[in-house]
Design a protein around this ligand. Structure first.
Ligand code: KG4
Ligand code: ZN
Length: 341
């Protein structure tokens, strides 16, 4: 059988993504972001995101088909994010995918967004060694996943007990007066800062925490520590060294993420680590994890940054793997599930 030609639609947050893959080959990945519309609110406004998906989806679909040079009638399947995400935003993608699937008479796959972040590396580096440990770090999630089979067997072995890593970046950016989304801005600001300037706390790394919450993360204490430090500085009438705060905050986040991930991989006896989600685009996280994983002989998989943030190709990749493993389509009966685990 020739490899399946799969269309993937992603609309769980503020990115309208349309991707096309053939088997494990990426043919097109169009992403239209409504981030500019959310900047003045300091975060994603669900209703604004939903409306933006409505107007961006068809043009993105047309661009993707043109880039991939495919006729939609030749598709083997249509895939769409079923959840988790913003309800109204998900509904736009799902309704569109159902309409396309019915019109083109193609099977429909409802895909878990988080599995998409894990599967996308296939498109860059081929099949993931099994088992692997995936560190999923985005605006909504921070999880460690023990992956034994992408299509059928993923177990969560750790997660954040409060803020997601991306959420911490976004909140700290706000404290520093930097725009939303904070991740890329702090990443950039940190390149001109000293990561050792301020020693911010590393959450849940004390021995008793490690015993209780072996692979869990906490970032809200770090965010509060940054807020207090900045506030004190302002009360003292001193300038806030934005680059040093950004670099020191980033160092604390990446130190915890990488130390726990390597620790969990060793504990589980897993020789391969994968990173995914928007924060996986972070330059310091990528470098520090590479350093620490390599030091203990663990292979690190890092999708290119453009595939770490939300996109449609990652959704198509999951459906393509499902087809290859003989997993049947979802049918048109499924609904958006904003809290999909
Ligand atoms: O996966 P994603 O695109 O959307 C969600 O599913 O949440 O992740 C978005 C998050 C935002 O919090 C953003 O600030 C963060 O990823 N992010 C980054 C970087 N690029 C995006 N965080 C740190 N460094 C980056 N370079
Ligand atoms: Zn995401």
């Amino acid at each position: 059988m020739t490899e399946p030609l799969v269309l993937g639609l992603e609309s769980s947050c503020d990115e309208t993504g349309v991707g096309i893959v053939r088997g494990r080959t990426l043919l097109a990945n169009e992403v239209a972001s409504s981030v500019d519309l959310h900047v003045r609110f300091g975060g994603v406004v669900p209703e604004v995101a939903s409306r933006a998906h409505l107007s961006a989806l068809v043009p993105a679909l047309e661009r993707a088909a043109a880039t991939a040079d495919v006729d939609l009638a030749d598709l083997d399947a249509v895939a769409v994010t079923a959840g988790p995400g913003l309800m109204g935003a998900l509904v736009v993608g799902i309704a569109s995918a159902k309409a396309l699937s019915a019109y083109l008479n193609k099977p429909l796959y409802g895909v878990n967004h988080l599995v998409g972040h894990v599967a996308v590396d296939l498109l860059d580096h081929g099949p993931l060694p099994m088992p692997s440990l995936a560190l999923l770090v985005s605006g909504g999630h921070t999880s460690l996943l023990h992956v034994e089979d992408i299509a059928t067997n993923i177990t969560e072995v750790g997660s954040t007990i409060d803020d997601a890593a991306g959420e911490a970046y976004d909140k700290v950016a706000r404290i520093l007066g930097l725009p939303y989304p904070g991740g890329p801005v702090i990443d950039k600001a940190a390149t001109d800062g000293d990561p050792t300037a301020i020693r911010f706390p590393r959450g849940l790394t004390a021995r008793h925490d490690m015993e209780k919450h072996r692979f869990d993360f906490s970032f809200s204490g770090l965010k509060t520590a940054v807020a207090r430090w900045v506030e004190q500085r302002r009360l003292d009438g001193l300038d806030v060294p934005v680059n040093d705060v950004a670099a020191s905050f980033q160092e604390a986040v990446c130190d915890v993420l990488t130390a726990k991930t390597v620790d969990a991989a060793q504990h589980l006896g897993v020789n391969s680590i994968l990173i995914g989600g928007g924060v996986a685009a972070n330059s310091r996280l990528r470098a520090l994890l590479e350093e620490r994983a390599t030091a203990v002989g663990i292979e690190l998989r890092r999708p290119r940054p453009a595939l770490c943030t939300d996109n449609g190709a990652m959704i198509a990749a999951v459906a393509s793997e499902a087809i290859a493993s003989g997993v049947g389509p979802s049918g048109v009966g499924f609904s958006a599930n904003s809290g999909l685990p």
